[in-house]
Write a protein that binds this ligand. Structure first.
Ligand SMILES: O=C(O)CCC(=O)C(=O)O
Ligand SMILES: [Fe+2]
Length: 343
């Protein structure tokens, strides 16, 4: 427990040696907020055609693999309640978090851990603590969630239901745009999990990293952020993502790139820290159920003579094992976790 950054970093003047990234793994000083990252308004509006919105989303997924949505249907009050709740959660006394603490990242159930996937194996640590749990079906999973703050299960449960509605609405728009049959994504998005990353103020943000560069292994992710800190990489260049109040950042994960037969790009992203304020990102991840045998492959509709199959067919559980193994390899790493799946 003493390992949690939020439990020891308050008031420290400099970062411990084992949090100082080697220069090539730091974020560098010249990343600025990019105003080209698409912001898509999902408000139903008689002047905007559904097909226009679909085209905007597809274009964003092809060019950036990431976009923001506003007027998405999840109430601002609920989003604000989440920010307040998680602020309280990460500021609770250490003993109140014991029930969910775990030394390492776990794929199932609920865990609160620090740094990357496996703290004990890392040469350098990341300036973050993470709470992760599964959200669907609710009744099955809420008993594993934190008991404190007392309203946790009720409020987060309501939020998970609303985010699920928004998620499927956006997945339906993507499916329609790709020409897939209605409800195509249902079978590969049965898992809904939340990952809440908390980055306490860091005395030396330029020497430390919050979250290493990665691409989400699941289908699609919806993230709300309360401060600047998220960056994405496009064509080898890192760019900052504007923390638009009450927007969701939507990013494409590896499974959607594969199912779309490469028509949609997944987005590599990372998070930096800052010295003045704690930052908390609240992410919801949709993807195949990691506890069931689910076969993933490019959608048959998207494999044609002019667009040959780009990726193998495989079990999602195998992909997750390879993804983790990749992220446990020492630096420098070559390739990406997607490479072994290309044809
Ligand atoms: O904290 C952030 O903004 C990034 C979080 C993230 O990429 C993740 O949880 O996968
Ligand atoms: Fe991520």
């Amino acid at each position: 427990m003493a390992l949690l950054v939020s439990s020891w970093s308050n008031g420290v003047q400099s970062i411990p040696k084992d949090y100082i990234m080697p220069p090539e793994r730091r974020s560098g000083d010249f990343v600025s907020v990019c105003d080209e990252i698409p912001v898509i308004d999902l408000q139903e509006n008689p002047k905007i055609d559904r097909s226009d919105i679909i085209q905007q989303i597809l274009k964003a997924c092809q060019e950036f693999g990431l976009f923001q949505v506003i007027n998405h249907g999840v109430s601002e009050k609920m989003m604000e309640d989440m920010r307040v709740l998680y602020h309280e959660f990460f500021n609770m006394p250490v003993d109140d978090k014991l029930g969910v603490y775990s030394e390492i990242w776990r794929n199932t159930g609920c865990s609160l851990y620090t740094s990357g996937f496996t703290y004990a194996e890392e040469d350098v640590h990341y300036w973050k603590d993470t709470l992760k749990h599964v959200c669907h079906p609710l009744e099955e999973h809420t008993p594993s969630w934190p008991e404190k703050p007392a309203r946790y299960r009720e409020e987060v449960g309501r939020y998970a239901v609303e985010v699920r509605k928004m998620g499927f609405k956006i997945l339906d728009l993507i499916g329609e745009g790709l020409g897939l049959s209605e409800g195509y994504f249902k079978g590969v998005s049965q898992d809904q999990a939340m990952t809440i990353n908390h980055y306490p103020p860091c005395p030396n943000p330029s020497l430390a990293m919050g979250f290493f560069g990665h691409t989400d292994p699941n289908l699609i992710t919806f993230l709300q952020q309360d401060q600047y800190g998220l960056q994405m990489c496009k064509d080898g260049k890192w760019m900052g993502i504007d923390p638009i109040p009450n927007a969701f950042v939507v990013n494409i994960g590896y499974q959607l790139e594969i199912i779309s037969n490469g028509k949609l790009k997944s987005a590599e992203h990372r998070a930096v820290t800052n010295s003045t304020a704690a930052r908390t990102s609240i992410g919801t991840f949709f993807g195949p159920n990691p506890s069931l045998p689910v076969v993933i492959e490019p959608a048959k509709e998207l494999v044609t003579s002019t667009s040959p199959q780009m990726f193998k067919s495989y079990q999602y559980t195998d992909f997750l094992v390879d993804f983790l193994a990749y992220h446990r390899k020492p630096f420098p790493r070559s390739g990406t976790p997607l490479d072994p799946y290309r044809l």
